[in-house]
Write a protein that binds this ligand. Structure first.
Ligand SMILES: *[C@@H]1O[C@H](CO)[C@@H](O)[C@H](O)[C@H]1NC(C)=O
Length: 224
């Protein structure tokens, strides 16, 4: 081979290699820039799907606990709601709430809803609520949400009955206070599930009513 022929061969190999390198980097560059949008490239899988938490709690309850969420009414405008294990027992949408005290009874072992009722504490007959509370069986959870006015018709007998269910605030519940509570007849001391806001015209969120209260938590299932 003549020296010029060797030079031409080397030049050809050099051009071939550099163009291959160039083409390779060009291809990898273009695949990088022409990425599919996430929603097209990455269809939702089981892993990314949002897991629904019972009663929309901020975090799920452990095994052998019941999830619950109780909201008191907002002023006299929006009714209260009581959710238990993802079952909305009482709510404005269900149209089964009323002014006064809204109460749901749930079997503490099975989580089954036993009954629900609302008692007008502004102009109703408090004897109806006395009768209802006296008939609460053992091992039954009592969920309570106030709406508008839970206090006007409160009497000593009712305060004692609620206190015996583990309430700390039933003693002072008055006109247009906000109150949410979960208790049971066989509770050994005060229930940890309770919130109370006094109707205080100076600090009320709404003119004539304090702010609505939200109580959520996990209550242990009664196991025998
Ligand atoms: C609650 O459920 C348990 C188990 O089924 C049952 O034995 C008990 O009688 C129920 N209690 C009420 C008050 O319904």
């Amino acid at each position: 081979m003549r020296p010029s022929g060797l030079f031409r061969l080397l030049a050809f190999i050099f051009v071939l290699i550099t163009s291959l390198v160039f083409i390779r980097s060009y291809i990898s560059l273009s695949t990088k820039t022409i990425r599919l949008p996430r929603w097209l490239a990455d269809p939702p899988s089981k892993k990314t799907r949002v897991v629904k938490v019972k009663c929309d709690l901020s975090k799920p309850c452990p095994d052998n606990f019941f999830a619950f969420k109780i909201l008191s009414g907002a002023a006299n405008v929006v009714g209260p709601s009581i959710c238990f294990e993802d079952h909305m027992i009482m709510s404005p949408v269900k149209d089964n709430v009323g002014r006064g005290l809204n109460i749901a009874l749930v079997n503490g072992t099975t989580g089954k809803v036993l009954s629900q009722a609302s008692f007008d504490m502004y102009s109703g007959d408090p004897a109806l609520l006395v009768k209802f509370l006296k008939a609460v069986p053992e091992d039954v959870l009592v969920l309570v949400a106030s709406y508008d006015d839970p206090g006007t018709k409160m009497n000593d007998e009712l305060r004692t009955l609620f206190s015996n269910l583990g309430s700390s605030y039933a003693k002072q519940l008055g006109f247009r206070d906000s109150w949410v509570f979960l208790g049971a007849r066989d509770i050994s001391n005060k229930s940890p599930f309770e919130q109370y806001l006094k109707n205080t015209p100076d600090t009320n969120k709404y003119e004539g009513w304090p702010e609505l209260l939200e109580l959520e938590g996990c209550v242990p299932r009664k196991v025998f």
